[in-house]
Design a protein around this ligand. Structure first.
Ligand SMILES: [Fe+2]
Ligand SMILES: [Fe+2]
Length: 372
């Protein structure tokens, strides 16, 4: 194996400049964690490096090991990182296998050999510990970590800390918005006897379809957050009409159709991009590609892409679900309908993506299935 040479001060500065610039421009928490981990790994010449954060609400610590990979979560106080965070002290281990604190399960499972370890908790501006760096296996000839590495990781944490905190705050706001929106969306759905996870599934389907259509991640996320409010306008429809058993009169049906206009009215005055997006979805999710939908009879690309996507997601979920008055449709029957309605009810491109992404959609359907 080729050993690496310790870095010169110029090298160190270069790495710090490069990564702090990247981190400062990043709005996604996961991406910040990955950049911080990469910075740490390069600064101290370790083979692996991860950044862990504290989730106070759930009494867990969590990390993201690579872009696009889901988080890993463990309970407070477990593992070396958990211990270092709880104690507020760094841990340096020269040889993991002669140290009782090392848990070798992971090595056994993955075939990786852990030798040296360093874990350094870091703090925010108020002095509270918010997370920790953990690095494994020093790649220099001296094959363990030293107090110099400890200083470098602390330095990396302090450079990234401000951006990290603001991104965490941003994430907290986004999560809060999402929760409120799901709750609001559920009000509309509960009133119309939609059940359980309907709005959550529509949100996730919309996200997958948006990405499949080539929309940016941020647009797809915007739609995912906004789409649960598509039926919010139903809050204003009288119960006697909304839940009338049997056939509706034409006037009653017109009243129900008004949920699109009402939802639009409720939300359109907002200055928030998110709520304005929700107002578009609320208004346009019953429009049809061929112009035969409501409320405006918009046609083709005159219907906002978010409306066209939500239409597919909403109908897919409605057909998939069992209702008091109907069985869940079998998948073939659903597929047949989407083929027939391609270019009629639905945007042909969205239907094509629907079929291309069907395995993912079915996974979501299973994961978010309503409990009996
Ligand atoms: Fe609707
Ligand atoms: Fe719906």
């Amino acid at each position: 194996m080729m050993y690496k040479q310790e870095l010169t001060p110029e090298d160190l500065l270069k790495i710090i400049f490069e990564y702090t610039a990247k981190i400062a421009n990043e709005r996604q928490l996961n991406a910040v964690l990955v950049h911080m981990a990469d910075m740490g790994r390069e600064l101290i010449l370790s083979d692996r490096c991860t950044v862990w954060l504290i989730d106070e609400t759930n009494h867990e610590i969590y990390t993201t090991v690579a872009h696009g990979v889901d988080e890993i979560r463990i309970p407070f106080g477990t593992g070396l990182v958990g211990n270092a965070i709880s104690a507020g002290e760094p841990i340096i281990i020269e040889d993991a296998y002669s140290d009782p604190r090392h848990n070798a399960d992971n090595d056994r499972r993955t075939g990786y050999h852990t030798k040296s370890i360093i874990t350094v908790p870091f703090r925010n501006n108020d002095g509270e510990i918010i997370g920790a760096y953990q690095a494994i296996n020093k790649l220099t000839e001296v094959d363990y970590f030293t107090s110099r590495d400890l200083e470098l990781l602390s330095l990396a944490a302090s450079y990234a800390g401000k951006s990290l905190e603001s991104v965490m705050l941003h994430q907290e706001i986004i999560d809060t918005q999402r929760e409120i929106i799901f709750t609001m969306g559920e009000i509309g759905e509960i009133r119309s006897k939609e059940t359980g996870n309907h709005v959550k599934r529509v949100a996730e389907y919309s996200y997958v379809l948006a990405l499949g259509l080539g929309l940016s991640v941020s647009q797809a996320e915007l739609l995912r957050t906004a789409s649960p409010m598509h039926d919010i306008g139903k809050v204003a429809i009288p119960d006697a009409v909304l839940n009338k058993p049997g056939k509706l009169t034409e006037e009653e049906y017109d009243l129900i159709k008004d949920h699109t206009k009402i939802g639009h009215q409720l939300l359109k005055g907002s200055k928030r991009e998110l709520l304005r997006t929700a107002s578009i979805v609320a208004e346009q999710h019953h429009e049809k590609w061929d112009g035969s939908g409501y409320p405006a009879g918009r046609k083709g690309e005159d219907i906002h892409i978010f409306g066209r996507i939500t239409a597919v997601a909403d109908v897919f979920d409605a057909l998939s679900a069992e209702r008091v008055y109907k069985e869940a449709w079998p998948l073939e029957k659903i597929e047949k309908l989407f083929r027939e309605e391609r270019g009629r009810h639905f945007d042909p491109r969205v239907v094509d993506v629907f079929f291309a992404e069907l395995p993912k959609l079915l996974q979501i359907r299973k994961r978010l299935a309503d409990e009996e």
